[in-house]
Design a protein around this ligand. Structure first.
Ligand SMILES: Nc1ncnc2c1ncn2[C@@H]1O[C@H](COP(=O)(O)OP(=O)(O)O)[C@@H](O)[C@H]1O
Ligand SMILES: [Mg+2]
Length: 334
């Protein structure tokens, strides 16, 4: 049974400029997250990644559709089950400074959930548990970090602390929302390694949200990738297969736009796919039909008219009317 399942989930917000209008931050999303897997969620800013993360962690509730935890609608969980879900599904936010109370020491902040949920008996036990955890993730000497306030730490250290906070309650899933985007480049890999290790050692599933394909591939090289565009999932597949042979023209364009300087990612043989327009429409002015059609070099009349459904293609899922045709006409590689 999947750990988390989104069933046709949409999240609409009121348009700030025009309150009578609704904005689809997430539209018709279906996704199952299995125990122990890593899924990378990629897409440009504003495509709904954070909204998706907040739905999975019940910070936002779906306007339409359902969220299931271990097969049960989250809205129908009893008090004990809901508590298990909230502890079991943790989120690491992008802005580590905003995520920590500036007036509390790290120990005060991190011991709170442990005590509240009776995962430890007293402050001493909380201290011991956090010392152990901090040592494990390289925040040493741990005593020093526990006594500090958030502003006394670097961005990279605060992200490690958020990871420690998420791990401290022994979750089965962690949603990490761009956890390294505000971290110094030199420290990114070590943070990604820590998450990969937590996945391996404890079997914790990860939803790794990013706009950066390089880190997505790094952490999820055996996992899956979900590609989002204007609130919709447009492609879902094993990450290796998807990067080798992207199906959706948008994903193809994303990959082929990665500079050659990133040899881990850029597939030298892949022809670049120039887009018709570099203006990213926003969800407030989403076009009719396929949301990608104004930028798509292959778009035909049907793309302007009908929104494509996500369907099976080459072992993955893709939302594109023309994918077979594009594949058939693609210049042979090699
Ligand atoms: N609380 C909110 N109120 C109104 N609009 C929102 C809210 N949260 C997100 N949005 C809008 O929903 C869209 C998707 O946002 P978000 O999920 O943050 O995207 P991403 O994380 O991919 O950058 C954006 O257009 C954003 O402006
Ligand atoms: Mg975001």
């Amino acid at each position: 049974m999947s750990l988390i399942k989104l069933e046709n989930v949409s999240v609409y917000f009121q348009n700030e400029k025009n309150p009578r209008e609704r904005v689809g931050a997430l539209v018709g999303m279906n996704l199952e997250i299995e125990p122990g897997e890593i899924i990378a969620v990629v897409g440009e800013s504003g495509c709904g990644k954070t909204t998706l993360g907040k739905v999975i962690t019940d910070i936002y509730q779906p306007t339409e559709g359902r969220l299931l935890y271990k097969g049960k609608d989250v809205r129908e969980l009893d008090k004990r089950e809901y508590r298990e879900y909230r502890l079991g599904v943790q989120m690491i936010h992008q802005d580590s400074y905003a995520a920590l109370n500036p007036n509390r020491t790290i120990f005060q902040s991190l011991s709170l959930p442990l005590l509240q949920h009776k995962m430890v008996k007293n402050r001493q036990q909380a201290w011991d548990r956090l010392v152990e955890l901090f040592t494990e993730i390289g925040l040493t000497p741990p005593e020093q970090f526990l006594e500090k306030y958030p502003h006394q730490l670097s961005g990279g250290q605060r992200q490690r602390i958020l990871l420690a906070r998420a791990l401290s309650v022994k979750p089965s899933l962690i949603v990490a929302d761009e956890p390294v985007s505000m971290v110094d480049v030199s420290l990114r890999i070590s943070l990604l390694d820590l998450m990969a290790r937590a996945n391996k050692k404890y079997g914790i599933s990860f939803v790794y949200i990013t706009h950066d394909l390089g880190t997505a591939r790094y952490i999820a090289h055996h996992g899956r990738i979900a590609v989002m565009y204007l609130g919709r999932m447009v492609e879902l597949n094993q990450i290796q297969a998807a990067l080798d042979r992207p199906a959706h023209p948008y994903f193809h364009a994303l990959i082929s736009a990665v500079p050659e300087a990133d040899p881990t990612l850029r597939n030298g043989r892949m022809a670049s796919l120039p887009l018709k327009s570099f203006d990213m429409p926003s969800v407030t002015n989403a076009p009719p039909g396929c949301k990608f059609h104004p930028r798509c070099p292959y778009a035909e009349a049907v793309c302007e008219r009908e929104e494509p459904r996500l369907r099976e293609f080459e072992g993955g899922l893709v939302a594109c009317h023309l994918v077979e045709k594009i594949r058939a006409n693609a210049p042979p590689r090699d």
